[in-house]
Design a protein around this ligand. Sequence first.
Ligand code: SAM
Length: 304
Amino acid sequence: MSEGTGFPSFFEETLRSERGAQEAERVLEGMRGPRAVTLRANALKTDAAHVAEALGAAGIAFERAPFYEDAFILKDAREGDIRALPMYVNGEIYLQSLSSMLPPLALCPRENADILDMAAAPGGKTTQMAALTHGKASVTACEINRIRAEKLKHNLLLQGAGRVSVMVRDARKMEDFFRFDQILLDAPCSGSGTMLLSDTGSYRAFSRALVKNSAVLQLELFKKALSILKAGGEMVYSTCSIFMEEDEAVVKAALKGARAEIVPISLPAMEALPLLTPALEGAVCVRPTPLYEGFFMVRIRKLK
Ligand code: SAM
């Protein structure tokens, strides 16, 4: 892709300075759009075999994702086609990007664990963690925005995620007596990894200030997560930004002086994922492609 793609110039300049010309070019290629519609079979209500059968019956062609049996990649379907299906209406499937299915898998949520989803709405990853633990973990889903929290509650109900309690508040202000075995911090971010050239709305709000402000908030949330994580517990920090200011730099700042370490992420079929050259050992940054959004993840263990 040549100079001047239509994205804000700050976006391209940052990308080139952080990633180098060649890798930046591959990222921009992957952001031309459109991106495939993907969904997750909700194991709390159905299974992947049933979803495959129902998609076939509806004449919707699909492929399976290499890293997760519940993930489906649709061919030529639009989101509207999926929303009209009975299995969407009754919560047996959830429209979710492939990349956003990765952080819960990286966390490996455990049955009977106390889990915090620190920035949870609309609940794609909360419901996925409930499904991965067969509804047996106790999940707390925190969300600051009241309207988004209502959407979260609706999704929890629809998806049959019973053992989830919703906290509508600023996660930075959670009382210090809270302790969790596992925490997912899917942080608010600039969305630099999700932008598509074919969709101007996907980057209308993008700005230098958004990146800067996001990084400040992310660090505050990260530090809070470390303080309420049990010693020996694990957390995953993820963003849908591919900018180091919101990713690697936040992780390094949060870990400075903390009794915590990075634990390398291991996912099934990881070699099949399009990854950017790692800039922080053990972390993973997914490169945007026609299938995947750009996404950053790191797994942290708090030392005993
Ligand atoms: N994990 C969600 C999912 O998979 O559906 C997406 C989360 S989205 C990236 C980040 C969310 O964090 C937004 O809903 C935003 O309103 C919320 N948020 C922002 N600041 C927050 C704060 N200080 N405390 C709690 N939630 C916050």
